[in-house]
Structure formats: C-alpha cells, structure tokens
Ligand binder design. Structure first.
Ligand code: ZN
Length: 254
C-alpha cells in the first residue's frame, strides 16, 4: 500500500561568509549599519524572508580554516560571499576548495565587492574588473527577466537610494541569465544580477551591498538574496553529484 509522508521540507542550509571578522575591524561608518558584522545583516535578511525555511551560519576569514572547512562546505546548500578588503588574504588553497565545492553543486551567491574575490574570478575565468565610483549616485535596480524566480516579488524598478556606482564594462563571461540591470544618476548602467552555472553549481552575482549604506537591509534586496538562495540550492543530492563526477563543461579558470 502506498503511504504518503508529509515530512516538513528540509531547511535550506546557508553559510554566510565575510572577511570582516564578525564586525571587528569594520570602519565606523560601516559598523553603524552592521553592528554585529555584515554576515549578521545578511543572515537577518534571509531569516526575515524565509523564516523557518532557512538555517544560516556565519563564518569569517579570521575563523579556523579561514571559515571555509571542507566539511562545512560539503554540508551547506548555499554559500553567500561578502568581502571587500580581504580578497588577497584568502589563501589560494581555500579559494580552490570553495571552487571545487561549487563545481560539485554548492550554490554560490557573490555580493557586491565579491566580484573581485579569488573565488569569483576563478569561476568566471576573467578579471571581473568594473568601473566604480563612491559618491551620492542614486541606483535604480531594473528587472530584465520578469519570470525568473530570483525576481519574484521584486518591484520594478527598486530605488536603492545613494549607493556606490558599479558600471560597465564588467569583465565577466556573458551570464547564462541576466536578471537585473542597474542605472545610476551619472548615466552609467551595470549588469547587477547575473546567473551562471559552473559544473553542478549555480552562481548568482548581485551587485548591491556597499557596507556604508543600509542597502543590505533594504526589504527588496533581502528578497532578491533570499530568492537567489532558494534558486542556487544544490540541484543534486551530494551522492549523485559524486557519482556523476565533475562535468566536462566546468569552467574554472586560473
Ligand atoms: Zn562597496
């Protein structure tokens, strides 16, 4: 006889990594917005949107194994990456470890200045350079892919208020899906929400997230990051990914 099980859906396990050492060392103007660190702000946003559907953990560069032990990466469904000053301090071994886990199916959300991280650059295979300006530009976030799950419930456009300008050209491979573009008071435009697939892993780059503004607490930014975490969740059971091995389409660069 068939039995139907109504088990609670398993929570999404999200590891939120930052280079700010859990708020130690953040400049005062950033600490005012992130009194418990940037990872804490991001975790709060995920919890507000996803409630009991998500379990989050903070990790930082200053932690053991640079906050990125292989066992923790293997257990997580999604890794959220926020870093600014610490790109060079991350060891090549840790960056390589993260890339291997992403190719094996770990979802990755790279926020804001994470475009310049070793992890993102390796996975893209390009410099990931862009134009930027810190000023009082107003950023508008425009939805390009209105039916994409990451855009669900996100108004069009979202006004993000004064925010650091990121502008084209952005040296990345053509995204598999472009979900958002941004425009700025200065006239610049930017591909601000980009999806990629590398190996078994789904990657979402999202540019809002400058540390001296309250943008990471913006309700719509929270919604985008939460939608992205759901979208980026491991598509395969770990055992299945191991059985299939690394796909030949993997594009980790040097
Ligand atoms: Zn910034």
């Amino acid at each position: 006889m068939w039995q139907r099980y109504h088990a609670r859906p398993m929570s999404l396990d999200v590891l939120v990594w930052s280079d700010d050492a859990h708020a130690r060392g953040l400049p005062a103007e950033a600490a005012a917005h992130h009194p418990y660190g940037i990872a804490a702000t991001i975790r709060r946003g995920l919890a507000c949107v996803l409630g009991q559907g998500v379990v989050t953990t903070a990790a930082a560069l200053a932690d053991d194994d640079e906050g990125l032990p292989s066992e923790r990466l293997a257990a997580a469904d999604v890794l959220v990456w926020w870093a600014h000053e610490g790109h060079a301090a991350l060891s090549d071994a840790a960056a390589e470890r993260v890339c291997e886990h992403v190719l094996g199916g770990l979802g990755l959300i790279v926020l804001h200045s994470g475009h310049n991280s070793k992890v993102f650059r390796r996975l893209m295979g390009t410099s990931c350079d862009l134009n930027w300006r810190e000023g009082d530009d107003r950023e508008l976030l425009w939805t390009v892919a209105t039916a994409h799950p990451i855009a669900a419930g996100v108004p069009h456009p979202v006004e993000l208020g004064p925010h650091e300008m990121y502008g084209e050209p952005f040296d990345i491979p053509a995204p598999d899906e472009l979900v958002f573009v941004s425009s700025f008071t200065g006239g610049e435009v930017f591909r601000s929400g980009c999806c990629f697939v590398r190996g078994h892993g789904r990657i979402f780059f999202f540019s809002p997230g400058h540390e001296t503004t309250g943008v990471l607490a913006n309700e719509h930014v929270r919604r985008v990051i939460a939608n992205a975490a759901v979208w980026a969740r491991r598509p395969l059971a770990r055992s299945e990914a191991r059985r299939l091995g690394r796909p030949s389409s993997s594009a980790a660069g040097g």
